[in-house]
Write a protein that binds this ligand. Structure first.
Ligand code: DLL
Length: 432
C-alpha cells in the first residue's frame, strides 16, 4: 500500500514542480486572455499582456481577483469554457449577498477528486477502508469532493452527508467505518455523542479528515482522544475547487498545497505586496490546470505562513500553516483586532470544549463582547459561587490574550445549538 496517491507528482523535485508551474501558468494566462473578456479587461487596465508572463517570476505583474470581482461577474462573467463543456457547479456556504458559483468541466472534476484522493491516501486510506463522508452534499463542495476522492482511492464510500447523528452512528458502527470526513465541530459532537451512548468500543475509526473551518491543536487533541483516531486537517475553498487544495500528511504539521495545480503566494493584505517566504500574510492562489473557472491571483482572505522545510513524509510540495484567521472576518472590538481562534485557544486551555458563542454588541456607543461557553463533564458545577469563580478565571485569561474585557457566561452542557456543518460562533448585533 503506497502512502502516496500519485508518488511521481507528490514527491517530484522542486525543479520539476517549478517547470510544471512555469509551463502551465503561461498557458493559463493565454487561456483567460483569449476566453474571458473580464480578465482581458483587468489585465489591460494593469498594462499586462500574455507576452509579459513567461514564468512564475512574472506572476506579480498580474492583477488580483477578489470576491467582489466574482460578485460583479456573477454568474457567467468569469467562465472560460463554453457551458456545453461544463458538467457541474458548486457554490459557497456564505449566507450574505450573492453566492459564489464555480463551474467545472469533467477534467476539472477529475483533478479536484485526485487532490482529495491524495488527502485520503496521506492519512493511510486505501481500498481496504470504509470512508464515511459526513460533510454536506449538494452545492457545498465538502461532500462531493471527498466522495469523489474516496471513490478514486477505492474505499467503500458511505455518502452520509451531514446531519441525522443517530443514523451516522448506526452506519459507522454497523459498517465499520475506518475514516471519517466532516467538519471538526461535527467530529467533536460525534465524539461527545459516542461517549454518551457508550459506543466507543464499537467504533473502528482510525483517521479523520476535518476541515472547512478553523480548529486548534487543542481541539485536535480532544477529537483524537474522544474518537481514538488520528485527526488530519484539510483546506480548500469553492473558488479554487473545494477541499483538497491542501492537506495534512502523517507529520501533522501543516498542509501540503497541491502545487502542480495551484501556485500559492503570500501578500500583505493592506498593500498587496508579495511577501518573502516564511512571512505571515494573506494567501493568494493561481489555478494553473483548471479549465472552466481558472482563478488567477485569487485573494483568499485567509492568513497563514508557507514553509518549504523538508517534510518527513517525503512530499515536496510547499506546506501552509492552518489559517490563523481571516483578514476580513476578523472582529474589531473596541478597536482591537480579535480572532475567534484566540478565544477558542483560551477556552480549550482552561479545560472547556469548543462549544461557545461570541455575542458582540454596541451599548452606549461602546462595543461589548460576551463569550458564552458550555460547561462540560470536567468543568460542570451547580454551585453559583463556583460558577462565578470559574467565570472570573476565564475573564482574566481572555483579558490577557485579547487585551480587552469580555463578559463570560457559563451555560449548562448541550445548551449551545450544535452545527452539522460549519459552526455558527459569532453573533454580531452591532448596527454600524
Ligand atoms: O469550506 C471547502 C472545504 C470543504 C474545505 C471541506 C475543507 C473540507 P468554502 O465553503 O468555500 O469551502 O469556504 C472556504 O473556509 O477560505 C477558509 O476561510 C475556510 N476553511 C476551509 N478549510 C479550512 C481549514 C470549503 N482546514 C473557506 N481550516 C476558506 C480553517 C478553513 N479554515
Amino acid at each position: 500500500m503506497s502512502k502516496y496517491y500519485q508518488p511521481e507528482i507528490e514527491t517530484a523535485s522542486r525543479e520539476q514542480i517549478l517547470a510544471w508551474q512555469n509551463e502551465r501558468l503561461v498557458k493559463q494566462v493565454q487561456h483567460v486572455w483569449d476566453n474571458v473578456p473580464y480578465y482581458r479587461k483587468k489585465m489591460e487596465e494593469k498594462g499586462v499582456t500574455p507576452d509579459d508572463i513567461q514564468s512564475t517570476a512574472d506572476l506579480y505583474k498580474l492583477p488580483f481577483l477578489t470576491k467582489d470581482d466574482l460578485r460583479e461577474a456573477y454568474p457567467y462573467g468569469l467562465l472560460a469554457k463554453p457551458l456545453s463543456e461544463c458538467v457541474r457547479i458548486q457554490s459557497t456556504s456564505g449566507t450574505t449577498g450573492k453566492r459564489v458559483v464555480a463551474f467545472y468541466t469533467q477534467h476539472d472534476v477529475d483533478l479536484w477528486e485526485e487532490c482529495c484522493a491524495r488527502a485520503i491516501t496521506a492519512v493511510g486510506g486505501s481500498n481496504e477502508d470504509v470512508c464515511q463522508v459526513s460533510y454536506g452534499y449538494g452545492l457545498f463542495t465538502g461532500g462531493p469532493g471527498l466522495n469523489g476522492g474516496s471513490h478514486k482511492v477505492g474505499c467503500l464510500t458511505l455518502p452520509m452527508s451531514s446531519g441525522n447523528t443517530e443514523r451516522q452512528l448506526q452506519f459507522m458502527t454497523d459498517l465499520g467505518a475506518t475514516i471519517l470526513c466532516c467538519t471538526p465541530s461535527y467530529a467533536a459532537y460525534l465524539a461527545e455523542t459516542i461517549h454518551e451512548k457508550g459506543l466507543r468500543d464499537q467504533i473502528k475509526l482510525k483517521a479523520g479528515i476535518f476541515g472547512a473551518e478553523a480548529w486548534s491543536e487543542n481541539m485536535r487533541r480532544d477529537i483524537e482522544q474522544g474518537l481514538g483516531i488520528k485527526a488530519y486537517d484539510i483546506y480548500g475553498l469553492t473558488e479554487i475547487s473545494g477541499p483538497g487544495v491542501a492537506f495534512e500528511c502523517e507529520a501533522q504539521s501543516g498542509m501540503h498545497i497541491n502545487e502542480d495545480h495551484f501556485i500559492a503566494e503570500i501578500i500583505n493584505p493592506e498593500t498587496g505586496e508579495v511577501l518573502p517566504e516564511g512571512s505571515k500574510g494573506e494567501l493568494v492562489f493561481t489555478c494553473i490546470t483548471k479549465e472552466a473557472f481558472p482563478m488567477i491571483r485569487y485573494r483568499t482572505k485567509d492568513i497563514c505562513i508557507l514553509s518549504r522545510e523538508a517534510c518527513p513524509c517525503g512530499r515536496t510540495h510547499v506546506k501552509m500553516t492552518k489559517p490563523m484567521g481571516r483578514s476580513d472576518d476578523m472582529l474589531i472590538i473596541k478597536g482591537v483586532n480579535v480572532f475567534p481562534s484566540q478565544i477558542e485557544q483560551v477556552l480549550l486551555e482552561q479545560g472547556y470544549a469548543a462549544n461557545y458563542q461570541l455575542i458582540v454588541d454596541r451599548v452606549n456607543h461602546s462595543d461589548t463582547l460576551e463569550v458564552r461557553v458550555e460547561m462540560n463533564a470536567e468543568t460542570f458545577s451547580d454551585s453559583l459561587a463556583k460558577i462565578a469563580e470559574m467565570e472570573k478565571k476565564l475573564v482574566e485569561a481572555l483579558k490577557s490574550m485579547l487585551g480587552i474585557y469580555a463578559k463570560v457566561t457559563l451555560v449548562a452542557p448541550k445548551t449551545i445549538a450544535r452545527s452539522e456543518g460549519k459552526a455558527v460562533r459569532i453573533i454580531d448585533k452591532r448596527k454600524i
